[in-house]
Write a protein that binds this ligand. Structure first.
Ligand code: CAA
Length: 259
């Protein structure tokens, strides 16, 4: 598929979605957000694609935030519309029942950090930098950051980052659990593909129910969430993948999953 502001390439079962406005450090203007929305629709609809990696073009930035030149003249009503657009798209990332990871190759600031946090997990390059610098612009996070950051790293660290606007290194992001692994920049995509190739070799129906349970359960009361898990694991037993996976185990042969 061709987009003006992003690249969408499929290799095997994995889509690589590259935010592509490198001159503006891949800042999220409405055009790029709308392209991302269409790319997510394609990812969701295409059964041949089982997972995705989101990254940024160039060596400097993943995404340096929402587009400040676009937002600067906004009144509150226009700001609400723009935040709604970003929030809906980032919520869509969570609701797509396919694993989506972020390969953070540089600055992930403001809306950029919010984008990578909406993904299922994050790998980073050593030069990556993370932060919610909105206070420096006289605003606050608006694409979900004040809600996803505390859920990922805990309320104290999230408050420190959001109140101070400080930027942290990839090593610090690793220490606080914001990213899972850190690699040299020239190895980041290769390592991201390796893990996504493993993940997308698993049966699609099992992956779908795993993500649904993880995403839908995370903000529920734990016993309600465990009930949701029970419903979803029961549905797995209606799938061909369960029949094949368990038969293969008992027959001591590799499973041949169809999905
Ligand atoms: N929006 C629009 N343009 C941006 C941008 C952004 N968020 N970030 C960078 N750019 C543009 C710069 O204006 C510059 O454009 P020109 O060459 O036309 O002047 C170009 O990208 C390169 O940037 P710099 O010259 O600033 O590069 P640098 O290496 O000196 O600094 C940086 C890099 C520290 C990331 C710096 O660009 C920066 O601080 N960017 C803004 C980060 C930020 O505040 N992000 C949060 C935005 S608000 C938000 O995201 C709200 C929300 O929650 C939705």
């Amino acid at each position: 598929m061709a987009f003006e502001n992003l690249l969408f390439e499929v290799t095997g079962k994995v889509a690589l979605i590259t935010m592509n406005r490198p001159k503006a450090l891949n800042a999220l203007n409405s055009d790029l957000l709308n392209d991302l929305s269409k790319a997510l629709d394609e990812l969701e609809a295409n059964d041949g694609i089982k997972g995705a990696i989101i990254t940024g073009a160039g060596e400097k930035a993943f995404v340096a935030g929402a587009d400040i030149s676009q937002m600067a003249p906004y009144n509150p009503e226009q700001a609400r519309g723009y935040m709604l657009l970003g929030q809906q798209i980032f919520n869509h990332i969570e609701s797509i029942e396919k694993p989506i990871m972020a390969a953070v190759n540089g600055f992930a600031l403001g809306g950029g950090n919010e984008l990578c946090m909406a993904c299922d997990f994050r790998y980073a390059s050593t030069n990556a930098r993370f932060g919610q610098p909105e206070v420096n612009l006289g605003i606050m996070p608006g694409f979900g950051g004040s809600q996803r950051l505390p859920r990922l790293v805990g309320p104290g660290i999230a408050r420190e980052l959001i109140f101070s606007g400080n930027t942290i290194t990839a090593e610090e992001a690793l220490r606080i659990g914001l990213v899972n692994k850190v690699f040299a920049q020239d190895k980041l995509l290769e390592e991201s593909r390796k893990i996504m190739d493993i993940i997308t070799s698993k049966p699609a129906s099992a992956l779908r129910y795993c993500k649904a349970s993880l995403v839908r359960g995370q903000d529920e009361d734990i016993y309600k969430a465990i009930g949701l898990e029970r419903e979803l694991v029961s549905l797995c037993f209606a799938s061909e993948d369960q029949k094949e996976g368990m038969s293969a185990f008992l027959e001591k042969r590799p499973a041949q999953f169809k999905s």
